[in-house]
Design a protein around this ligand. Structure first.
Ligand code: ADP
Ligand code: MG
Length: 147
């Protein structure tokens, strides 16, 4: 699936992605959304919109400097939203030290990771992949899946 969207349409996009994540979630591992795209493509904005859909009212800030932020959820689908920005990671070992193995093993976790190409070894096969790209000031393109 490939489509362009503007800011008014992000909520709709976020809902669709969330729906698909929940529908395809496994009982054995965390749900993972891998968000690719250049700086400013809208990865954090989409994460924030998904977080809001899941009832997070606090500000979801970009975890560029802290690498990882966790948000407790009251939603039925997941208990914890984990937002990771892998941009500054030099190696997947750094993410492993942050407890990746445990996070990925819990089916009640929803993991959203920006710059997944920085840690390809750690992105599971079942991850949902989206690619965002900049079209113009207000327009972005999203491609869901690899085909
Ligand atoms: P990234 O995390 O990919 O670096 P951000 O989400 O931090 O990108 O930044 C995207 C910027 O583009 C934000 O300032 C946002 O307001 C703006 N923007 C404009 N139109 C859109 C859109 N349709 N979708 C997402 N972001 C948009
Ligand atoms: Mg970002």
């Amino acid at each position: 699936m490939k489509k362009t969207f503007n800011k008014n349409e992000i909520v709709e996009i976020a809902k669709e992605i969330l729906h698909s994540l929940v529908a395809n979630s496994s009982k054995l591992t965390a749900s993972v959304l891998a968000l690719s795209g250049d700086l400013g493509a809208g990865k954090t904005t989409l994460t924030q919109t998904i977080a809001r859909e899941l009832g997070i009212i606090e500000n979801v800030i970009s975890p560029t400097f802290v690498i990882m932020k966790r948000y407790k959820l009251k939603a039925k689908s997941y208990k914890l939203l984990i937002h990771i920005d892998a941009y500054r990671l030099n190696s997947h070992i750094e993410l492993e030290k942050l407890g990746w193995a445990e996070l990925i093993a819990d089916p009640e976790n929803l993991i959203l990771i920006e710059w997944p190409e920085r840690v390809p070894e750690l992105i599971p096969e079942h991850a949902h992949r989206v690619n965002l790209s900049h079209k113009d000031d207000d327009t972005r393109e999203i491609q869901v899946g690899l085909d």
